[in-house]
Design a protein around this ligand. Structure first.
Ligand SMILES: [Cu+2]
Length: 343
């Protein structure tokens, strides 16, 4: 086969007539995670993905709660309906120049923060648009058939409706439970599930922080750590809060591979409610230690304005991205950020 490539470079014409027979015999065929068939004589680096990027704004995610589509049963029970779509072919620039194949619920890592009140009936319409089997396994109390473990949902549009009563009160993770579990979690199939007490909680500036790690070179060790996926994000974009206003952080540790994580707050201490299941705090501290999927609620107020760090006191983690700043001022309108229950 003779291939003639005519390229105009200035006024010169380059003719190439290589013998492709050797190269042709070495062509490798492989399928990308989006199902595309590729043939190449070059190096096949797996995984290789199509250019389908994820845009994720950690500042938006921080205070965004999904209360679902609300309706009522004849007996007055509130029904909340959510749709969650899994995909596994997206690429996200997690740090400048570092592209990582994320597996997503509704297009982001973490997935949406699902929020309900204890006793509500939840219907989660799950659609798997990925190329592998996925599920949603909620932590909490529900029937065995709603546990998202033995009911793998097939790729390419498989569906399942998870239906259960919201409970117990607290902050819980949800995540995919298909094996190898570590792989499905480290790629990003997880999110936060908040169950509010019927009487609500004291009004506060509320936020969600998922502590996560990224193994970008597939050696089962994390290369980056973060609060809400993007390393150093809240250091470069400090979280603005007010003096003398109650701050409530729902914190969930989803770091794989490393057995512990922790959360240290500067210039202050916080009341800590492990798993958020009790309305009376267990600790008043500036440091908690969290193992995989351990979580809780932190509450605090700042008296003095200024910049305050929060970070893993496992210094390796903070130096690889799990660090942020609260920018405390005493002149910001506070009404907008307060949670309205039952909304
Ligand atoms: Cu999965």
């Amino acid at each position: 086969m003779i291939l003639l490539i005519s390229a105009t470079i200035g006024f010169s014409v380059i003719a190439i007539s290589p013998n492709f027979s050797d190269a042709e015999s070495e062509l490798k065929t492989f399928i990308t995670h989006s199902g595309k068939v590729i043939r190449t004589s070059g190096e096949v680096i797996d995984p290789l993905y199509t250019v389908s990027t994820v845009e994720f704004d950690p500042m938006e995610y921080l205070r965004e709660f999904n209360y679902g589509n609300i309706s009522k049963l004849p007996d007055g029970t509130t029904v909340r309906e959510y749709t969650i779509i899994a995909e596994d072919d997206k690429v996200m620039e997690v740090s400048p120049g570092v592209f990582y194949n994320v597996w997503t619920y509704n297009g982001t890592v973490p997935g949406p923060t699902i929020r309900a009140t204890e006793g509500d009936l939840l219907k989660i319409n799950f659609i798997n648009n990925g190329s592998k089997e996925h599920t949603i396994h909620f932590h909490g109390i529900h029937p065995a058939g709603m546990d998202g473990v033995f009911e793998a949902v097939g790729p390419g549009g498989g569906k399942f409706v998870y239906e259960f009563e919201a409970g117990p009160v607290g902050v819980h993770p949800y995540h995919c439970h298909v094996m190898p579990l570590e792989e499905h979690i480290i790629h990003g199939l997880y999110g936060v599930f908040i169950v509010d007490p019927k009487e609500g909680r004291e009004p506060a500036d509320e936020m969600v922080m998922v502590l996560n790690g990224l193994d970008t070179d597939f050696d089962t060790e994390n290369n980056f750590y973060a609060a809400n996926t993007i390393p150093f994000y809240y250091q470069h974009h400090p979280i603005q809060i007010n003096t003398n206003e109650l701050i409530r952080v729902y914190v969930v540790n989803m770091v794989e591979f490393d057995p512990i994580n922790n959360f240290h707050l500067h210039g202050n201490l916080y009341n800590y409610y492990p798993t958020g299941t009790d309305l009376i705090p267990s600790f008043y501290t500036d440091m908690i230690t969290l193992s995989q999927t351990e979580r809780g609620i932190m509450e605090f107020e700042y008296t003095y304005p200024g910049k305050y760090l929060f970070h893993a006191h496992k210094v390796e983690f903070s130096e690889k991205g799990w660090v942020g700043i609260f920018l405390v001022t005493d002149n910001v309108e506070s009404d907008e950020s307060e949670t309205e229950y039952g909304s």
